[in-house]
Design a protein around this ligand. Structure first.
Ligand code: ATP
Ligand code: MG
Length: 677
């Protein structure tokens, strides 16, 4: 039996009002996620099967935390039967089941950012647009936005009433590239991240009986972080949930931070229009943070216009003051944070009770260096470059090609790595033939191997050997051999390690790079051990792509957590360091949309502040190193919004004596704390 007495009256109402649409619009830390979790348990307790519940959220990290919280309330068998995950994971699941209806093989793969960039560049070449005049990444950003807005290839990308992001010319180029990009994806049996929502919508629109089946099955829909849904996610939700209307959405318009990715905060403000008859519940008590922290958050967000004003209060008392710390430079900022961290750990907190949050991934480096030097266990959520390393990508390209023989980006990546005498000139000729005869590249290579074309005849034997490798491993995969074993054998057979070593000038560098290959193999093995062996490679690759989009980690253990503000949404920590409170960093400058993003930057600051339960540090550097020079930095405008009574200002940006003095205080404090235990 779930205990409803652990909920306040409006929370309870939100939990037990299971029939009909319901919106919980409430501020940070007011128990919205707690409502979702208890509501799931309540639905099951009313005798509904776990399979009738579909719960969606935004990041993988939030999803796994939700599952864990549900797991504390219901049996583990039931919790396993729930459909609970991100929108994209749900979309992927549906596409795998229904792949035939959209004309894809079951083992289609997901294009990662690198694949997408390659396809955009190729499409640009086809329409004779120079990728030095137009930045392919910007084009890709526009395509993604268009897809999130439900714009089809061939339709205009510019929307009346929406300001252009990179100028009209860019939109015209994107419009021209869009259909080619789409058909290239399709030809390679690939979908991109946005397709994971767009294609399910198409499926549900076109197949009434599938829609009926899903409507019949998923009788209760729940969505967390609703303020960050975009147009297509809303559409998907409507298709799945409207007939019955048991849709519960929770969110906070003040935490809408994905506008740059096409999220529309109007979705939450107009919930009652999309889901007629919706009830609304407001939660006003914050259970997370001490009063001083909450006061800071409230003041910072109050400056935003056009928001639903929420009164948030806490009964936890003021607590410690929020420390606003000025440091001489970013290195000192990191040393300050790590000093405080160590004192806190010495005082009895676990490393995992602490989070270091920042606006951009670049800021993590300074902190990482000090944490490593001081031996404090930490993990960087997302932004880890591991899967971007060349060696890792090379191995994965082989695996991706085995799963999906249509994946030309991967094929071209490894066709001559390790070197096997199939050079660029040869491949250019094969590609030309492939285009002319409208053949997939691997098929064209088969034909070349059979001696069909004189211009590549000299390489026929070598091409044959390559095709043979691809076929052999692909077949073994289809026959169900564990991917990890195949991957190990492949590394031996093609001597991947030797090829890597021969590119390195020092033995140390070589062994580090080879280590990356071994780590990849271990990560695949771990995945198989966890998930079982069936279809595991395709799933493994899909998960890599999805997780990385969402900034998700996989490190077990008790560690200090470092991540961007975007990744921190929905999470909470006893101690939070919010770093880099400087103009041009928070608020960030020069991202898409320029100055009109100020409200979103303010919401990001609000999200960061409200992650803290007990202790909060807001740090900034007076100068940062840029191209070898220390450049002075201006304090963030958000700092001047903080209420004086709630903060304590600390300035260590003085000459070195002062900072030494400061570190002695740490030491004294530490000793005092140790003695008092
Ligand atoms: P965010 O907007 O950041 O996602 P949220 O509204 O989802 O926050 P929760 O994470 O659900 O808030 O709750 C914040 C904290 O308050 C959690 O630790 C939760 O367990 C606690 N909490 C919420 N409601 C209650 C309650 N009625 N009694 C005790 N603790 C509560
Ligand atoms: Mg939440």
């Amino acid at each position: 039996m779930i205990d409803l007495s652990t909920l306040n009256p409006p929370q309870r109402e939100a939990v037990i009002t299971t029939e009909g649409p319901l919106l919980v619009l409430a501020g940070a830390g007011s128990g919205k996620t707690r409502v979702i979790v208890h509501r799931i348990a309540w639905i099951l307790q009313q005798g509904n099967p776990a399979t009738s519940v579909l719960a969606m959220t935004f990041t993988n990290k939030a999803a796994s935390e939700m599952r864990e919280r549900v797991g504390q309330l219901v049996s583990s068998r039931k919790s396993k039967e729930l459909t609970l995950g991100t929108f994209h994971a749900f979309g992927l699941h549906l596409l795998r089941q229904e792949h035939k209806r959209i004309g894809y093989p079951r083992q289609f793969t997901i294009a990662d950012a690198g694949d997408q960039a390659a396809l955009v560049k190729r499409a640009m070449r086809e329409v004779k647009i120079d990728d030095r005049s137009f930045d392919p990444r910007r084009i890709l950003g526009l395509l993604s936005l268009a897809k999130c807005e439900g714009i089809q290839p061939g339709e205009p990308i510019a929307r009346p009433g929406r300001p252009t992001i990179h100028g009209e010319e860019y939109e015209l180029v994107a419009e021209e590239v869009y259909p080619r990009y789409e058909s290239a994806l399709r030809a390679m049996a690939m979908v991109d991240f946005d397709d994971l929502i767009g294609l399910p919508i198409k499926l549900l629109r076109e197949h009434q009986e599938l829609r009926d089946r899903l409507n019949d099955r998923f009788r209760y829909l729940l969505v967390d972080e609703y303020q960050d849904t975009n147009r297509t996610q809303l559409e998907l939700l409507k298709l799945l949930g409207l007939p019955r209307g048991n849709v519960c959405a929770v969110g906070d318009d003040d935490q809408a931070i994905y506008g740059w990715r096409g999220a529309e905060v109007e979705n939450i403000l107009r919930f009652h229009l999309h889901f007629p008859g919706a009830k609304e519940v407001r939660l006003e008590q914050n259970y997370r943070s001490f009063g001083n922290i909450l006061d800071c958050a409230n003041e910072v967000i109050a400056k935003n216009e056009a928001r639903k004003v929420k009164a948030l209060f806490t009964e936890r008392g003021g607590g410690e003051k929020v420390r606003v710390v000025t440091c001489p430079n970013d290195e000192a900022e990191a040393r300050f944070a790590v000093g405080e961290l160590r004192a806190s750990i010495a005082g009895g907190r676990r490393p995992g009770d602490h989070a270091i949050l920042y606006r951009t991934n670049l800021q993590s480096r300074a902190f990482e260096e000090v944490l490593r030097a001081e031996g404090v266990p930490y993990e960087v959520v997302g932004g880890t470059e591991f899967f971007d390393r060349r060696e890792v990508k090379d191995l994965l390209a082989y695996l991706r090609l085995f799963v999906n023989n249509g994946d030309e980006v991967s094929l071209l990546r490894i066709v001559n790595f390790p070197a096997r005498g199939i050079g660029d000139a040869t491949m250019e000729k094969v590609r030309h033939r492939a285009t002319v005869e409208a053949l997939p590249l691997l098929k064209a290579m088969r034909k070349a191997a059979a001696g069909a074309w004189p211009e590549v005849a000299p390489a026929a034997g070598r091409i044959q050997a390559f095709v043979e490798i691809v076929d052999r491993y692909s077949n073994r995969l289809v026959e169900g051999e564990p991917a990890s074993r195949l991957a190990r054998e492949l590394c031996e057979e093609v001597d991947l390690r030797g090829a890597i070593a021969s590119q390195m000038t020092s033995a140390a560098a070589a062994s580090r790079r080879i280590g990356l290959i071994d780590e990849t193999l271990v990560s695949l093995e771990r995945f198989e051990a966890r998930e079982g062996k069936k279809h595991s490679l395709a799933q493994y690759l899909a998960q890599l792509t999805l997780d990385r989009r969402d900034d998700e980690p996989a490190l077990p253990g008790d560690r200090v957590v470092m991540m961007t503000l975007h990744a921190a949404k929905g999470l909470e920590f006893p101690v939070v360091f919010l770093a880099g409170l400087e103009e041009d960093l928070l608020p960030h400058k020069g991202i898409q949309g320029g100055p009109q993003d100020l409200p979103e930057e303010r919401r990001l600051a609000y999200v960061g502040i409200t992650r803290a339960r007990e202790r909060l540090f807001l740090t900034r550097s007076a100068a940062r190193l840029s191209r070898g020079k220390e450049v002075p930095r201006t304090p963030s405008r958000f700092l001047s919004d903080l209420p004086g009574h709630a903060i304590e200002e600390i300035d260590i940006a003085q000459p070195t004596e002062a900072s030494e003095l400061r570190s002695e205080t740490f030491f004294d404090e530490l000793l005092a704390r140790l003695e008092s235990r």
